[in-house]
Write a protein of this length. Structure first.
Length: 66
């Protein structure tokens, strides 16, 4: 079974912050999790830290001969 390329961890948020993230995520048609990742990336970029993206796992059946 393939492992996820994402790192899972518990995050405790003030309920008001979580509600604001959910409202923003809903307005932008994203999940709250995706919205938090976007907000973190924007904050890191604003502070001058460049964050790349990890290689996404290949989907589908392996090619013949693999």
């Amino acid at each position: 079974m393939p492992t996820s390329a994402r790192k899972a961890f518990a995050l405790r948020l003030d309920p008001a912050v979580h509600a604001a993230v959910e409202r923003l995520a809903g307005a932008e048609l994203r999940s709250a999790n995706a919205q938090i990742e976007i907000l973190l990336r924007e904050a890191l970029q604003k502070r001058g830290l460049k964050v790349g993206t990890s290689e996404k796992p290949r989907r589908g059946r392996p090619a013949q001969g693999d």
